[in-house]
Ligand binder design. Sequence first.
Ligand code: CO8
Length: 260
Amino acid sequence: MTFKTLLYQQNGPIGILTINRPQALNALNEQVLQELKSFADQIRSDKNIRVLIITGSGEKAFVAGADIKAMQEMTPSDAEAFSIAAQTAFNAIEELPFAVIAAVNGFALGGGCELALSCDIILASGKAKFGLPEVTLGLLPCFGGTQRLPRAIGLYKAREMVFSGEFYSAEACKDFGFVNHAFAPEELMNEAQKLAEKIAARGPVAVAKAKQSLNTGFELHITDGLKQEAALFGELFTTEDHHEGIGAFIEKRNPNFKGN
Ligand code: CO8
C-alpha cells in the first residue's frame, strides 16, 4: 500500500501506520482523510493483521488537527462535507475488526485528538499534548469530538475540554480517563509494540467480537447489549480458535490461534 501522506509498515501481525506531513505537524487535509479511509478499507479484510498502531511522523506531533490553512476558503457546505469526510474516515478506523492503538507522540489537537479517540487504546508520550482548541478558532470539534469524548470521559470533563480549548498533558488525560498509559518519549513505540504483541497473541476472532460487543454494546440499552454479548459468545463456539484456546489450557501449553 502506498500513499502520499501515510507511511505503512507491517511486522508480522502488527501494522504501523504513520501520519506523514511533518512540515504541517501532520495536519489533516482532504488528502490525508481520503487516504485514511482508503487505507482502512484495504486493511480491514487483511487476515494477517491482528493489531494496528497509529502514530505521527516527526518529533513534535501526532496530529496537530485539521489543516487550518485549507479551511480558509471553505463555504458552509464545504465545511460540512469536510466534517463528514473526517467522520467517515474515523468511523472506518474505529470499525476495524482488530485492536487499534494510538501511540500519541506529541500534539494531538482538534482532529488529532479526535483521531486518537477513534482508536481502541491510547498510549501517550510524556511530551504529548491533547486538546480540542476549535473554539479558539470560532469553530467546534466536528471530527467526532463532541460525541466520542463525552462517551469516553463523561459530559462534565468533556465540556471543560471543549469549552476551554486548553491543551492538557498526557498525565492529565490519563486522570480524565481516555489515555490508558503515559510513557517517557523514547519508550512509547516499544511499549506500544509490547502491548500490540500481547494482543496479537490472543484469539483474533475473540478480540474482534469483544471489540464489537464493547463498542456497539456501549450504544445499546444494557438488555440489548447483554443479548448481543451472548450471541457473539455463541458465535465464537463456531471457531477453530475456541477449540485451540480451551485445548491449550487443558494441555498446559500456549495457544496457537489461526484466526479461524
Ligand atoms: N493546520 C495547518 N498547519 C498547521 C497546523 C494545522 N492544524 N498546525 C501546525 N501547522 C503548521 C504551522 O502553520 C507551521 O507551518 P509553517 O512553518 O509553514 O508556518 C508548522 O506546522 C509548524 O507549526 P508551528 O510553527 O506553529 O509550531 P509550534 O511548535 O510553534 O506550535 C502548535 C505548535 C501549538 C501545535 C501550533 O502549531 C498550533 O496551535 N497549531 C494549531 C492547532 C489547532 O488549533 N488545531 C485544531 C485545528 S481545528 C480541528 O482540528 C478541527 C476543526 C475541524 C474544522 C473542519 C472545518 C471544515
